[in-house]
Design a protein. Structure first.
Length: 394
């Protein structure tokens, strides 16, 4: 911990801002526990999305998935950004974090109803519980950090007002709910921009990059778990491994390539200002959502291959290729934006995204997608790492 945090006891410390260039700053055990609890919501959302796709409810499934995942991503990201600046790790901080974990579990319980029946009551209450806990955290920070008090109070006020809007959203007539949802989501996104204009909080670039990287790992791991469950379910029926061999190979290649692409660059060196960091953080909505959808898409293709799917062959393929292409595109744009300039392999990434989407119409779309993703790694990441090793040795 930094020196200011050492004041006080484990029961209660003064919530002063942590140093932005603090040495050896890493994710805490509480943050890792928070992530593991949040992945329950990710898993439930991915499973409900898979069921909607398998049933042929593509339009409503995609819309519901996007709305639900926004709540998961935004609640997680706001806690992460606050913890980077004000983590005191005392009893009040831990208890409020536990309240947020409870809200995440309530959200998990409501994801199926939201996607399958359009009932957002449970998930909204879980989300509001998490966000109101953040109001308490920001008020505590405002009391202890006079230099950034205006910023902290803006966060608290903005979050509180928007949560009132979410509760009111539950009684809005059905045909107005989607526009109201869009307005409230934009208001959520605007709160940090408005608050940080008063004074920048002292988030830690390396800590932020590590936290987002860890959550990316967890979401990719959830995709593997979902796909493994689908394969096991298929083998428990009359399917043979030969029926799904190309899906297993292609899925493995894909997930390994997505991991490699994401961690190919050092994001922390490029998160030097609030504007860049905001674009980078907001862009992770697509990264996380696409990563979680990859597992659902693979499960749909397994069901299709074993005669249990209700989509067309092209529809099942698109359920896989579209999120993979979305992940590759999002990660490429995030790295490109963080770098602040165009990079030489830009055309390679663009061609890879086009090839992955074209794989929708290939005879073995999952396998072709995995091969294209692996070739993208070979064309962009391996040469870069090789050059880095040579430069370090010189």
């Amino acid at each position: 911990m930094s020196a200011p945090q050492a004041a006080g006891t484990a029961w209660r410390r003064r919530m002063v801002a942590r140093v932005a260039d603090e040495k050896h700053r890493t994710a805490t055990a509480l943050e890792l526990f928070f992530d593991l609890c949040f992945v329950v919501a990710v898993a439930q959302t991915s499973a409900a999305f898979e069921e909607e796709l398998a049933a042929g409810h593509v339009g409503s499934g995609v819309l519901g998935y996007g709305l639900v995942f926004f709540a998961i991503w935004w609640a997680w990201m706001n806690f992460t950004w606050f913890a980077s600046a004000y983590d005191t790790d005392d009893i009040p901080y831990r208890l409020l974090t536990v309240v947020q974990i409870g809200g995440a579990l309530v959200m998990s319980a409501g994801t199926a109803a939201a996607l399958q029946h359009g009932d957002y009551t449970v998930i909204t209450w879980g989300y509001v519980v998490m966000r109101l806990a953040m109001v308490s955290q920001w008020l505590r920070a405002a009391r202890s950090d006079p230099e950034r008090r205006r910023s902290c109070l803006r966060y608290a006020a903005g979050i509180l007002v928007v949560q009132t809007g979410w509760l009111a959203h539950l009684v809005v007539p059905g045909d107005l709910r989607l526009p109201a949802h869009a307005v409230l989501a934009l208001a959520e996104l605007a709160v940090p921009v408005w608050a940080e204009r008063a004074a920048n909080t002292t988030w830690h670039p390396r800590h932020i990059a590590e936290r987002f990287g860890l959550f990316t790992l967890i979401v990719l791991g959830e995709s593997i778990t979902a796909a493994a469950g689908a394969v096991r379910a298929a083998l428990d029926t009359d399917a043979t491994f030969g029926d799904i061999a190309t899906l297993v190979l292609g899925g493995t290649l894909t997930v390994c390539a997505l991991w490699w692409l994401y961690f190919a660059q050092n994001a922390s060196r490029r998160l030097g200002n609030f504007t860049t960091a905001t674009l980078w953080g907001y862009g992770h909505y697509a990264v996380f959502a696409c990563a979680a959808a990859v597992g659902a898409g693979l499960a749909v293709n397994v069901a299709q291959a074993t005669g249990h799917g209700h989509l067309t062959a092209y529809g099942a393929a698109a359920a896989y290729t579209v999120p993979v292409a979305g992940f590759v595109l999002s990660v490429w744009l995030l790295h490109r934006t963080a770098a602040g300039h165009s990079t030489a392999p830009d055309v390679v990434h663009a061609l890879a995204v086009a090839a992955i989407l074209a794989a929708t119409f290939a005879p073995a779309p999952v396998l072709v997608t995995g091969v294209v993703a692996a070739l993208l790694v070979a064309a962009t990441c391996v040469p870069r790492e090789r050059d880095g090793i040579r430069a370090a040795a010189a």
